[in-house]
Design a protein around this ligand. Structure first.
Ligand code: UDP
Ligand code: MN
Length: 348
């Protein structure tokens, strides 16, 4: 092995890094993904994605005598950020004549429990990689949590923090509860009052989302659907597709449902929703999705837009975080004037 001087090694490293960037850019430029939007988008990148890529680039070693203007670096950063956020394993293409991709309203019911902040943090870190979203976080509570509010601010994602407690009569009943229904209906009425176009998607706080999922749903005309990975015996909830056509539904629990699908498995165009002022989710455990989709009538299964490459890819998982008991009280005398007191305020 010939030992090369350090400065030459650096130069090679730098050349390799720039080469990679170049290949990515060429791939992106020639990919024809949303060609008409490139110029419009150049100044509207998700700042968080930009930060992530900046950070990655700052790790690249630059030789002392090589100088790059800030402008050039910023340009490269933006291009890569766009590549990272838009690149997709699926064949996503705008429907003919559809306008530029619009906002996705992500509806997330949530409630106070030991896992809440961890779940929401994980979810937010995913959403930070997705552009043009508006996160509607709806607490099952009478009042907004201050802690949650500052957490939401810290992510830099466009969001609206709402509350909608589960009606008392359901809280006290034994057996299955209509979880997250009041929250989702609250978000639906917010959308009715505040949005005319875009897409809405019900995204629970404990699921696992592939960032590419959001590109799939972005061009929904009426209602789009895709497979959801489950961690159950059935393993899967998805439309069944044969020769490109919907022929039924695969789900562990059909139960006479017209739309036997998972909450995470569909998105609806806001325009379509606005034309159906009575659409809402019923307080009926097990039938929330079916009830909501039926309330979009007139709407039939044959009108479903199949996504994720004709439902051959899994881009969302209905994961569940293990339920935990609240932590025990802390000895306020023993830990007086220490960080433990502050930290315990975050913990349930
Ligand atoms: N949820 C809620 N209040 C509750 C129980 C659940 O707001 O009393 C929310 C929860 O944060 C989640 C959604 O409703 O976003 C569905 O609840 P969960 O994840 O427990 O349901 P599962 O995954 O078991 O269907
Ligand atoms: Mn869940």
């Amino acid at each position: 092995m010939i030992a090369l001087p350090i400065s030459i090694q650096m130069r090679i490293l730098w050349t390799l890094a720039m080469g990679t960037v170049f290949v990515l850019l060429v791939q992106y430029q020639s990919s024809n993904v949303w060609p008409q939007q490139q110029s419009q988008l150049s100044n509207r990148l998700d700042p968080v994605a930009e930060d992530l890529v900046s950070l990655a680039l700052s790790k690249v070693v630059i030789d002392d005598d090589m100088t790059l203007s800030k402008e050039v670096l910023l340009g490269i950063t933006r291009q890569i950020a766009r590549y990272v956020v838009y690149s997709s394993g699926c064949n996503v293409s705008p429907v003919n004549g559809s306008p530029s991709p619009s906002t996705i309203y992500i509806i997330t019911p949530t409630y106070r429990r030991p896992e809440q902040i961890a779940d929401l943090t994980r979810m937010a870190q995913t959403l930070m990689l997705v552009r043009d979203i508006h996160w509607l976080v709806v607490e099952d509570s009478e009042a907004k949590s201050q802690l949650l509010s500052s957490l939401l601010h810290s992510f830099g994602i466009r969001f609206t923090h709402l509350t909608a407690p589960m009606p008392k009569r359901y809280k006290t009943t034994k057996g299955a509860k209509p979880k997250g229904v009041a929250n989702r209906n609250r978000a639906l009425s917010w959308i009715r009052e505040n949005a005319n176009d875009g897409i809405m998607y019900f995204a629970d706080d404990d699921n696992t989302y592939d960032v590419r999922l959001f590109n799939e749903m972005r061009y929904t005309q009426k209602v789009s659907m895709w497979p959801v990975g489950l961690c159950t015996k059935t393993g899967l909830s998805t439309p069944i597709v044969e020769n490109g056509n919907l022929v039924g539904f695969y789900d562990g629990w059909i139960a006479g449902r017209k739309f036997p699908v998972d909450m995470a498995g569909f998105a609806v165009s806001v325009k379509f929703l606005q034309e159906r002022p009575h659409a809402r989710m019923p307080y009926k455990p097990g039938f929330e999705e079916d009830g909501f989709l039926r309330s979009l009538s007139p709407f039939e299964p044959r009108e479903i837009e199949l996504k994720a490459d004709n439902c051959t890819k899994i881009l969302v998982w209905h994961t569940q975080t293990k339920k935990n008991e609240p932590s025990s009280r802390v000895d306020v005398v023993k830990y007086k004037n220490t960080n433990i007191i502050d930290l315990k305020r975050i913990i349930v």
